[in-house]
Design a protein around this ligand. Structure first.
Ligand code: SAM
Length: 342
């Protein structure tokens, strides 16, 4: 394969998060706290054929990891068909999905058969009443059924994502670790981030990596950092008894220096950073009839000019609060985390 395209800090274009829909069937307080949103117009949503074509162009430029996300990716009708179309690109060696799990039980087998390799399920709490209060959903049992179905379907590994929020679920770290242990899954604790959509964010609610480790040390004893795959967002750790887990410290210890990720929204806006103010519109040239070579040139030039370090720049903000207010999110839904894809 030819050399990957590199940005101004020599970071390769290697990983693409594909937000296949901006819709979600949860209303998590840290992401989509409102009942109603300004949705992307239906006609602007890329078809599977359009998405596959763009993935092919990205793959030709060095992208070998693709993660389906959203919104809730399983709300996109017949997602397994898209998985099959992407899996046919041999350059895409790692095809994964992040889901809230609500609809996973009935789709896991078809997704695995279509070529999806890995699944991450978001699980913030083991207590149904907390999920009702925090995500406005009574369907905690469906999430657990989704996790079980993913494991039965034979995914390479099933990971659990937990956003840790003070006074919501920071008393469940050990329970979540034990839940993962019992299922041979791996949990990744995520620091609460001030992304678009997190309109109620405050630093006081962030439980830092250091605090998470201190807390787990009190229960489990010494914790050993594992040698890292330096481009993965999670730092991994091992307890003395062998159990492993990850922490994604995007808020207090961001990893922009090694970030090879970009994001494509369901309507074809390509974002070079989770915090980027705007994206490059790929839908317009795609629908105007641009050739693959023309699309590749647009993408190559944008990546070569990339100097984003969004999370690190946020560290330098003196009075850090929510990134966007509600009115500014309503004015441009592309700023929303659920549009960008987490
Ligand atoms: N609906 C899917 C899900 O729930 O996993 C995929 C989309 S969701 C935006 C992707 C990931 O982003 C989830 O693991 C979610 O917990 C995480 N996320 C959303 N808002 C966040 C925030 N403010 N801070 C940290 N992680 C966040």
């Amino acid at each position: 394969m030819s050399e990957p395209v590199r940005d101004r800090f020599t970071r390769p274009l290697a990983s693409l998060r594909l937000s296949v829909t901006d819709r979600c069937n949860l209303r998590c307080r840290y992401c989509m706290p409102e009942d109603e949103y300004v949705w992307l117009p239906r006609a602007s949503i890329l078809t599977f054929e359009e998405l596959e074509r763009l993935v092919g162009v990205f793959a030709g430029l060095g992208v070998h990891k693709v993660r389906l996300t959203g919104g809730e990716p399983l709300l996109r009708h017949d997602l397994a068909a898209l998985v099959g179309m992407i899996a046919r690109h041999p350059q895409v060696r790692d095809l994964a999905m992040t889901t809230n799990g609500l609809l996973l039980a009935r789709q896991a087998t078809a997704l695995r058969a279509a070529g999806l390799r890995r699944v991450t399920v978001s699980l913030d709490t083991l207590r149904a009443e907390r999920m009702l209060a925090f995500a406005k959903s009574e369907r905690h049992a469906d999430v657990l059924a989704g996790i079980a179905a993913a494991q039965a379907a034979g995914f390479d590994n099933v990971k659990l994502n937990t956003v840790v929020i003070r006074h919501f679920n920071d008393d469940e770290l050990e329970d979540l670790l034990e839940f993962a242990r019992a299922r041979a899954a791996e949990v990744r604790f995520i620091e609460y981030m001030d992304v678009g959509g997190a309109t109620r964010w405050s630093m006081a609610q962030v439980v830092s990596q250091r605090e998470i480790l201190d807390r787990l040390r009190r229960r489990y004893g010494p914790i050993t950092p594992l040698p890292d795959d330096s481009r993965a967002p999670a730092e991994r750790f091992r307890l003395a008894d062998g159990m492993t887990f990850g922490i994604i410290a995007s808020t207090t210890a961001p990893f922009c220096r090694t970030c090879d990720r970009s994001r494509l929204t369901a309507d074809g806006a390509w974002l070079l950073c989770l915090y980027a103010e705007r994206g490059l519109d790929l839908r317009e040239p795609l629908r105007r009839g641009a050739s693959d070579a023309e699309l590749a040139e647009l993408i190559r030039a944008a990546w070569q000019g990339r100097s984003d370090r969004g999370a690190e720049e946020r560290l330098g903000v003196a009075e850090r609060g929510a990134l966007y207010r509600l009115d500014s999110l309503r004015a441009d839904p592309h700023r929303e985390m659920h549009t960008r894809g987490g």
